[in-house]
Design a binder for this molecule. Structure first.
Ligand SMILES: NC(=O)c1ccc[n+]([C@@H]2O[C@H](COP(=O)([O-])OP(=O)(O)OC[C@H]3O[C@@H](n4cnc5c(N)ncnc54)[C@H](O)[C@@H]3O)[C@@H](O)[C@H]2O)c1
Length: 426
């Protein structure tokens, strides 16, 4: 095999320019690579070319700087893939009818294969079950390129750990797991990612790296379910769950703080654990009980929030039908504009079916992402006082919370953001 660990490789292709792929592409430009950001979504490509970002971790200014170097090309034209040294695949891995949908990964491999040349390196970053790189991804690359993995090209897996909206842990300072199918492939991945991030974490092989990613997200999913269930019981017992959590979190060892909320969303949490349980069921015939239980609790949190809304309005001799309800935060989490699988939307949908008029405030969400049954309103005193109920579903830092403290008097706060004594909490 020639040139696989040659660190002078310069031309990088990043397939998929979303929450994961765009930060990788921009970081690769920053450290000096020539980068092609490839995406099949023409609208996204056009926006990138105009330096208009659609994710909160990359600003318009970041894009403008990358474009000004002349080393970043956003494109949907596969011709631009020719002659790459390193290709990184960051495409979606959703569920379809409860089973992994790897069609985007398959399409990406088929797209890259004809453009591969001896000595190149291909990396999969998309989250998937153990075995995806070796059993699904590599055979498509080999068949389409006529090259042998490990002998003529390097290949491996490196799971993304992007946490959208997190300003402390960014791509460059979050340790990055890397795995190759052989020592030379591992070296190629370490050479590449070693330039992008402060620390790489080598693993024995792609299967271990794939599982490490699923384990991270399953751990989070299960612990959020635990604290969500605790919150529901605490409410019935008349115990303030938030002070319980804060007190437990003062223990300096053996405890990690998770917060309850209206449910889980985004691309990772509600989906990744199901990749794991699907594989365990398919390969071993077993049920991954922790995953099923966590899914059950977290999936029902929007129902629980709606039941609390019904009770709250009932105490005021009001019904949901005909009430004006102001939803604060539609994204699936704080400081993010990502509305995918958002529990706030699940809550909104149920309230809409019950006949509520729905208003919403969310500075991060783009208007075209908002379902038609929700009316976006300005964050002003009139809206806060006119609403029959305000529900805090995502507590973005940029919202003027002081306004809520002063003027919102009928509130259900699922994030424990407000200090006001009158606000009901999860
Ligand atoms: N969003 C996160 O916080 C996060 C974190 C860690 C891991 N991941 C994983 O990373 C992967 C990507 O997630 P994302 O959030 O970046 O998704 P995304 O939807 O934000 O972006 C994916 C992009 O890939 C493009 N795409 C789809 N098929 C393509 C193809 N065949 N060729 C080129 N482009 C294609 C889409 O148009 C889209 O722009 C998933 O496997 C996800 O589980 C996501």
């Amino acid at each position: 095999m020639h040139g696989i660990s040659d660190t002078s490789s310069r031309r990088v292709v990043v397939v998929g320019q979303g929450y994961v792929g765009l930060p990788v592409a921009i970081r690769a430009v920053e450290v000096g690579f020539d980068v092609v950001g490839f995406d099949i979504d023409q609208t996204r490509v056009e926006r990138l070319r105009q330096a208009k970002s659609f994710i909160e971790d990359i600003t318009d200014a970041d894009l403008a700087v990358a474009l000004s170097t002349g080393r970043f090309l956003a494109t949907d034209d596969p011709v631009a893939l020719a002659g790459f040294d390193i290709a990184v695949v960051c495409v979606p891995t959703p569920l379809r009818d409860g089973a992994p949908d790897l069609s985007h990964v398959e399409d990406s491999a088929a797209l890259l294969a004809p453009h591969m040349s001896p000595g190149c390196c291909v990396v999969l970053e998309s989250t998937s079950y153990p075995g995806t790189t070796e059993e699904l991804f590599i055979p498509i690359l080999e068949a389409g390129s006529g090259l042998r993995a490990g002998e003529q090209f390097a290949v491996g897996y490196s799971p993304e750990r992007i946490d959208p909206g997190n300003t402390v842990w960014r791509l460059h300072n979050t340790p990055k797991i890397v795995a190759g199918i052989d020592p030379a492939s591992l070296r190629a991945l370490q050479d590449f990612y070693g330039r992008l991030v402060e620390r790489t974490v080598p693993m024995p092989g792609p299967r271990e790296a794939e599982l490490a990613k699923l384990f991270e997200n399953t751990f989070r999913h299960v612990n959020i379910a635990l604290v969500n269930e605790l919150a529901m019981y605490c409410h019935d017992l008349g115990i303030d769950v938030w002070s319980v959590i804060e007190a437990a979190a003062t223990k300096p060892f053996g405890f990690m703080k998770f917060r309850p909320g209206p449910g889980v969303g985004g691309h990772c949490l509600p989906i990744d654990p199901s990749y794991l349980s699907w594989q365990v069921r398919r390969s071993l015939g077993h049920t991954f009980r922790f995953v099923d239980l966590a899914n059950d609790v977290n999936d029902h949190m929007p129902d629980y929030v709606v039941s609390r809304v019904v009770k709250h309005l009932n105490q005021q001799r009001r019904s949901v039908n005909g009430a004006t309800i102001l939803l604060v935060g539609l994204a699936y989490k704080r400081n993010s504009g990502d509305i995918r699988q958002s529990p706030a939307i699940a809550v909104a949908r149920q309230l809409d079916e019950l006949g509520a008029e729905l208003w919403a405030i969310d500075p991060f969400i783009e208007a075209h992402d908002v379902p038609s049954f929700i009316t976006m309103v300005p964050c002003e005193v009139d809206q806060l006082t006119e609403a029959d109920l305000v529900i805090v579903l995502a507590d973005h830092d940029t919202i003027d919370w002081e306004l809520f403290e002063q003027h919102a008097h009928r509130v259900l706060d699922t994030c424990n953001r407000l200090q006001s004594r009158s606000a009901a909490r999860l």
